[in-house]
Design a protein. Structure first.
Length: 376
């Protein structure tokens, strides 16, 4: 038996923000970061919430740690809202999700639910039960998961992303691409998650570089915004793999954006998971065939399945170049010897990461260390 769950209601298209009118008469805790708190978008959100009683918590920090979540919880307990509205990228959304979870554990329900308005097209956090919280001391990234963190409503307003600068667009876009690719081969992949992952990747193929090159391209922004959410629904149901397990480990120790790390990792992980491509095409593993199928869904031309796997890696590398993203961690600013010295610890952390369990090929610490050494 397979299970595919759809929980979050999506509102999208022009005027999607007016879905906030449903919160009229409610007590709303609006969770965001300092930058977005003073944006035009915030003004639009406040306008739509004019008939609600609103308290703003705008001290969210990028890559929220447990202290940032505790601050948010304090705000929650002081106001006792009926609903939380999270406005921002993965950081405000994950903070809001974790606050909700902690409040629930203390016996505080949220009768009007969690409403999220993503302002980046990447994390997929608007439709997942995951929140990534950083351990303040070890800096390890801890992916938390609980059905209590699934948002009830996600408002996909592509205009909210128009102001995202090229670097953020590229990093979050590559994150979405990695969600689609990992979900497609993950242990929980199924026919429904496959459909969403394929479509997400095709949309990203058409739109991501356009968003990066011209941030005001409204059509491309809309497509990429939808792609990120589709990839989120796909991985929520199918799981992820060692791109994310390794990325969480590296991101906890070195300051490189999550999506940028995923772009560096993807070709190495595809090569590892697909196994020996020196085999005759008819002897390819099932996992290799899955990558080949995804390449075919992208319309990549190749003479056989084996070459199609290579074409998928080539597609990632081309996308990375077009997004002006580094191919190695050293090119991303990490010190080579510091990184190599950290490899054993990173491999151990990645092996224990929740996402690693979804990888289609079982891995050992030595396998992960081997992949890490190729990243410099
Ligand atoms: N929950 C999940 O499943 C999941 C998945 C992937 C990543 N994450 C987490 O999400 C976080 C990263 O999120 P993110 O990359 O979406 O960004 P973010 O929320 O960390 O924001 C990064 C910066 O971009 C700014 N910003 C956001 N939207 C903007 C816009 N439209 N215009 C201009 N500036 C804007 C913010 O103010 C902030 O300064 C990390 O903590 C990561 O670990 C979570
Ligand atoms: Fe991710």
């Amino acid at each position: 038996m397979h299970r595919f769950q759809l929980t979050t209601t999506l509102y999208y298209g022009p005027d999607a923000l007016s879905a906030l009118n449903e919160l009229a008469g409610r007590r709303v805790l609006l969770v965001t970061d300092a930058f977005l708190a003073s944006s035009d978008l915030m003004t639009q959100v406040r306008t739509q919430l004019r008939d609600a009683e609103v308290e703003v918590f705008d001290s969210v920090r990028p890559n929220p740690d447990i202290n940032a979540v505790t601050d948010g919880l304090r705000s929650f307990l002081g106001f006792l809202p009926d609903a939380i509205v999270a406005l921002g990228g993965g950081s405000p959304i994950d903070t809001a999700k974790a606050v909700r979870k902690l409040a629930l554990e203390q016996g505080h329900d949220l009768p009007a639910g969690l409403v999220v308005i993503p302002t980046t097209s990447g994390s997929g956090s608007e439709v997942t039960s995951f929140a990534v919280v950083t351990d303040a001391e070890s800096h390890a990234k801890l992916p938390l998961t609980s059905v209590d963190m699934l948002p009830e409503i996600a408002i996909l307003d592509a205009e909210a992303v128009l102001t995202a600068p090229p670097r953020l667009t590229a990093d979050s876009g590559m994150d979405a691409v990695s969600h689609a690719i990992e979900a497609y081969v993950a242990t929980g992949a199924n026919v429904f998650s496959d459909a969403l992952a394929e479509k997400a990747l095709r949309l990203a193929d058409a739109a991501l570089v356009r968003c990066f090159t011209d941030g005001s391209d409204a059509e491309a922004r809309e497509q990429q915004h939808a792609a990120a959410t589709m990839a989120g629904i796909a991985f929520q149901n199918a799981g992820l793999g060692i791109v994310h397990g390794l990325s969480h480990a590296i991101g906890g120790s070195f300051k490189v954006a999550h999506g940028r790390l995923n772009g560096i990792l993807l070709p190495h992980v595809i090569a590892f998971n697909a196994g020996t491509l020196g085999l005759r095409p008819q002897d390819l593993t099932d996992v290799a065939r899955r990558y080949a199928a995804l390449a075919a869904a992208l319309g990549l031309q190749a003479s056989n399945e084996r070459n199609r796997v290579l074409a998928l890696s080539g597609w990632v590398e081309r996308l990375r170049r077009n997004l002006d993203m580094p191919a190695t961690v050293t090119a991303a600013g990490v010190d080579r010897s510091e990184f190599l010295a950290a490899v054993p610890a990173l491999a151990a952390t990645a092996l224990a990461d929740f996402c690693t369990s979804g990888n289609p090929v079982a891995v050992t610490e030595a396998d992960l260390a081997g992949i890490l050494r190729h990243l410099v």
